[in-house]
Design a protein around this ligand. Structure first.
Ligand SMILES: Cc1cc2nc3c(=O)[nH]c(=O)nc-3n(C[C@H](O)[C@H](O)[C@H](O)COP(=O)(O)OP(=O)(O)OC[C@H]3O[C@@H](n4cnc5c(N)ncnc54)[C@H](O)[C@@H]3O)c2cc1C
Ligand code: FES
Length: 289
């Protein structure tokens, strides 16, 4: 079987799909916190996706992907047995795992997928893992069961109270932190605005915090400069220096400004893609907006 073949695929919720992709070299070498860059079709853009899990024996990787724009929609249309154009990795600096003591792992929406291998490694390293999973509404929660298997406790939060406790990620962090004598470290992965406010809370509570950043990436090798972020007043490249950084040092406002810089182009690529789908019914494979 050639690398990039989609071995299986299952929907996890509206617009969120889990894939198992054949990529034996990457499955063997990957470590928690690392990602791959995939191209869905010829001429397509390169998109970074975190390795949510791997099975070295079967030579497969699990990717959990939220359809937000043209390329992720195009990926959602690929069926089992079809192939990604290419897949490169593992990329990025692996997560620093040690026996901290008690850790909070907080995942927002699709951020739970990259948090899963980190939580698993922290649990295996002997940490007491208190997990907080949050989403706007119940249908947007992913991998709750999987996270339960690698955590000592799981607190589920939804903004609208449709599942678990009603409240935001920041409320969840305060709840679990208030239940134990001390929390030694927190890992927070989710949308930038959630990581920003969660980091403000952990700073107030005196909990060292690691976040995983999602700036726009192109080459993933530190050459293009596209993924630059400011951390502690220094320019860092998320693809090679990260994607994980000290949440108390990250300039989240700059990250959010840079993420919105291409909104017009992303919208027009999506419109072009959807227009192609409706005209040809083909899903626009191989086309590029
Ligand atoms: C290290 C890293 C790991 C990631 N892991 C996952 C994952 O496991 N699952 C998942 O669903 N998403 C993940 N993402 C985000 C994913 O790469 C983007 O959602 C995807 O590139 C969007 O492409 P699009 O063409 O569908 O949407 P577009 O219309 O191009 O963009 C939609 C949104 O995605 C963001 N985006 C666009 N291109 C990129 C890019 N090259 N890099 C980063 N963000 C981009 C933009 O801010 C934009 O708001 C990760 C991003 C990074 C940097
Ligand atoms: S993606 Fe090009 S430098 Fe990081």
């Amino acid at each position: 079987m050639e690398p990039g073949r989609i071995v299986s695929k299952k929907p996890l919720g509206p617009d969120v799909t889990m894939y198992w992709v054949f990529a034996p070299d990457i499955a063997r070498r990957r470590k928690p916190g690392q990602f791959v860059i995939v191209r869905i079709a010829g001429q397509g853009e390169r998109i970074p996706l975190t390795i949510a899990d791997a099975d070295p024996e079967a030579g497969t990787l699990s990717l959990v992907v939220q359809s937000v724009g043209k390329s992720t929609r195009q990926m959602a249309m690929l069926e089992e047995g079809s192939s990604l154009q290419d897949i490169a990795g593992p990329l990025g600096t692996p997560t620093h795992i040690e026996r901290f003591g008690t850790v909070i792992c907080c995942g927002g929406g699709i951020g739970t997928a990259p948090l899963h291998p980190i939580t698993q490694a922290l649990h295996e390293a002997g940490n007491r893992v208190l997990t907080v999973l949050c989403a706007r509404t119940a249908g947007l929660l992913v991998m709750v069961e999987e996270m339960g298997k690698v955590s000592d406790e799981v607190l589920v939060m939804t903004d609208d109270g449709s599942r678990g406790t009603k409240g935001l990620a920041t409320d969840g962090i305060r709840i679990v932190a208030g239940r134990v004598p001390a929390v030694d470290h927190a890992f927070v992965i989710g949308p930038p605005v959630m990581m920003k406010f969660a980091s403000a809370v952990t700073r107030e509570l005196g909990i060292p915090t690691t976040v995983s950043l999602n700036p726009i990436m192109i080459d993933g090798t530190g050459m293009c400069g596209c993924c630059r972020v400011t951390v502690g007043g220094r320019t860092r490249f998320a693809c090679v220096d990260g994607p994980e950084f000290d949440g108390h040092q990250v300039d989240f406002d700059e990250l959010m400004r840079r993420l919105s810089a291409y909104r017009d182009q992303e919208r027009s690529a999506m419109e072009h893609f959807e227009g192609g789908c409706m005209l040809t019914g083909s899903g626009g494979h191989g086309s590029e907006g």
